[in-house]
Ligand binder design. Structure first.
Ligand code: HEC
Ligand code: HEC
Length: 284
């Protein structure tokens, strides 16, 4: 079993001196010449046995892709953020309300919100992703239909809300009532699945910095989500990305919005505690 896993990962990953250069690179991400991003940080305490430092996926991208993210005029994701700003002000549903009716300016009401999601919801007694909260606001608050999980409207609203936290360090809570869900996410992260018998950790913890196929493996953080992907010119949510990664191990994947992906989102977010919210980031 162990041997099989070794061959699968060895066949996929090409070790290159990239890792050294990625670690050594002291590129700095400053957005619009003013928002200084923390793209490298000491690993959070719960990761101390596994990693010394957490590194944003931004460092693993080409210079050209990195630059697109450094200026809102060059960042192709900003058009979706503008569309979400329109959605924010649009009256929807039977209660004749817009998001703004209750939350006023997104800049003020949503500052810092992204850094703490997913988070425990006391009333619902479960861990809530931002998507779940938005859908509650739509259905209960506005009498409108819920948006499709990880769909285009949802992704762009998450991007708009995340922009209000840019530069602030991720800080999701993993203790207290959220702990059991976090543990479930951790189990999923380290479970080997699929024909290739790989876990998230096989790639993003043991091989970050190395090349895989034509790509450059990052630590797999979600501080930059939703991300704009150059390959399909769309925003991708964390659950959309998880789905693709699980599928790459040739395993059956979970659905966006599933309990498994909610737990995984909390766990993966907690691995990036300390890194700045970068959304919407640009990736290939
Ligand atoms: C009828 C009033 C109302 C409307 C309209 C409304 N919300 Fe909310 N929203 C709330 C309330 C109340 C909370 C706090 C819920 C809680 O803490 O349990 C909330 C919380 C949130 C949060 C989480 C904030 C945090 O600090 O955790 C987000 C994100 C959010 N709303 C987004 C939206 C979006 C996007 C829309 C429009 C699609 C919207 N809301 C429309 C009432 C509303
Ligand atoms: C076979 C190797 C492999 C496995 C296993 C894998 N991934 Fe990935 N993942 C990739 C590649 C390649 C990319 C694109 C390059 C990058 O950003 O690392 C990626 C990207 C990501 C990203 C985006 C990072 C960013 O900064 O944009 C996240 C998040 C992620 N993976 C999470 C996961 C999770 C969670 C799992 C386990 C369910 C997982 N991955 C399993 C190969 C893998």
């Amino acid at each position: 079993m162990k041997f099989k896993a070794m061959t699968a990962i060895a066949a996929l990953v090409i070790s290159t001196p990239f890792m050294a250069s990625a670690d050594a690179d002291d590129d700095q991400l400053v957005v619009n010449g003013e928002i200084e991003m923390i793209t490298k940080a000491p690993a959070p305490a719960h990761l101390a046995d596994a990693l010394d430092e957490v590194i944003s996926g931004w460092h693993m991208r080409s210079d050209e892709t990195q630059e697109m993210q450094a200026d809102d005029f060059d960042n192709p994701a900003m058009i979706f953020v503008e569309q979400a700003q329109d959605d924010w002000n649009t009256v929807m549903g039977t209660k004749d309300k817009s998001c703004a009716s209750c939350h006023d300016n997104v800049e003020d009401s949503m500052a810092g919100v992204r850094t703490v999601y997913p988070k425990w919801n006391d009333a619902k007694e479960t861990v809530y992703t931002m998507e779940m909260q938005i859908n509650d606001c739509l259905t209960d608050g506005m009498g409108a239909d819920a948006w499709k999980k990880s769909g285009a409207k949802m992704a762009r609203m998450e991007a708009l809300i995340s922009v209000q936290s840019r530069g602030m360090p991720m800080n999701v809570a993993i203790d207290g009532p959220a702990e059991a869900t976090w543990e479930q996410g951790k189990d999923l992260y380290y479970s080997r699945t699929g024909q290739l018998d790989l876990s998230c950790a096989s790639c993003h913890e043991e091989n970050y910095g190395n090349r895989i196929r034509s790509d450059h493996l990052s630590q797999g953080h979600i501080n930059g989500f939703p991300v704009y992907r150059l390959k399909n010119s769309k925003l991708t949510t964390p659950h959309g990305r998880f789905k693709g990664c699980v599928r790459d191990t040739r395993a059956e994947t979970y659905k966006p919005g599933s309990a498994e992906f909610i737990a995984l989102e909390l766990y993966v977010a907690s691995r990036g505690n300390g890194l700045s919210v970068e959304a919407p980031s640009v990736r290939n």
